[in-house]
Unconditional design. Structure first.
Length: 296
């Protein structure tokens, strides 16, 4: 199935415009399935695959200890691949048509409260080397709810401090405009004026946040910077970049923002993804009720 899978990955890249990470993940899932079919069943072409075969493969992966969420990713990859294969004539019918996605437990995302956010942001010493950069990064993560990859790829040309907005490219290469709060604008402005010029090298690009060598900061390095700030702040919570995104959405909702607006700012394609924050807020409300109501 190698050629058919390669054709499908090209379709995801060129016609669907899906991210490189998604392409690699899908290719890996399909490649593992194709290898299993070839070695265990001597099946080499999509048209030879039926639903019982797919069910057997998924059951074997489950017995091997694969989580429900990982199984779901495989099922999604198989479904979209065989839909493509049927449309292209690689298969006579779609064997995944009646395949049901496994149900997985949905965990509520963790959040920091507003005082904890303040404690985290204030822990960055802006007089220390790279302090202005690190403070600006943390401020932007929380102010705009950016994903870590969106922060790493943020560019000068997409930032308008006067208007207080930034244009980011998210999943599926979709772009969106996100507001940037005044405190974040002030922190970014200080970094751009006082620190970024010293980081620029001859080969530097237009990335907003630069490393000590003048290149783009990696997502791993951003993760390390957030972790270091959390240690200095003394917070006991497990702090990571995406936690600031969760906190951004939860605080907006808690202060009366419309769920559709939050969906737009987060760049969620489906409102159901954003609705998890309503459960987070309800959880907080129940905790407050239980703590303060005399008959709770």
């Amino acid at each position: 199935m190698e050629q058919e899978i390669e054709a499908f990955i090209r379709y995801l890249a060129v016609e669907r415009g899906l991210s490189e990470n998604y392409q690699l993940s899908t290719q890996r899932s399909l490649g593992e399935f194709a290898d299993w079919c070839a070695k265990r069943k001597q099946i080499m072409r999509p048209r030879e695959v039926g639903l019982p075969l797919i069910s057997e493969y998924l059951a074997e992966r489950k017995r091997g200890g694969l989580s429900a969420s990982s199984i779901k990713l495989i099922v999604v990859a198989l479904k979209i691949f065989f839909r493509f294969a049927t449309a292209q004539g690689f298969a006579s019918k779609d064997p995944t048509d009646s395949l049901v996605l496994p149900r997985i437990e949905r965990y509520l995302p963790g959040t920091l409260n507003e005082l904890q956010i303040e404690q985290l942001l204030e822990s960055v010493d802006t007089t220390a080397p790279l302090g202005l950069r690190d403070r600006a990064m943390l401020e932007l993560l929380y102010a705009s709810g950016l994903r870590i990859s969106e922060l790493a790829n943020a560019r000068l040309g997409n930032l308008n401090l006067e208007e207080g907005v930034i244009r980011v490219t998210g999943k599926g290469n979709k772009t969106r405009l996100v507001p940037v709060g005044r405190k974040a604008c002030a922190a970014i402005g200080a970094y751009l004026e006082q620190e970024r010029p010293r980081l620029v090298r001859r080969r530097s690009g237009s990335e907003l946040f630069l490393s000590t060598r003048g290149g783009r900061l990696t997502t791993v390095r951003i993760w390390q910077i957030v972790k270091a700030a959390a240690r200095r702040s003394g917070l006991e919570a497990n702090v990571y970049p995406h936690l600031l995104r969760h906190s951004f959405a939860t605080h907006l909702l808690g202060n009366g923002a419309d769920l559709r607006i939050i969906q737009e700012m987060l760049g969620h394609a489906d409102i159901s993804t954003t609705q998890v924050y309503t459960h987070v807020d309800q959880h907080r409300l129940k905790a407050v009720h239980h703590k303060f109501h005399p008959r709770a």
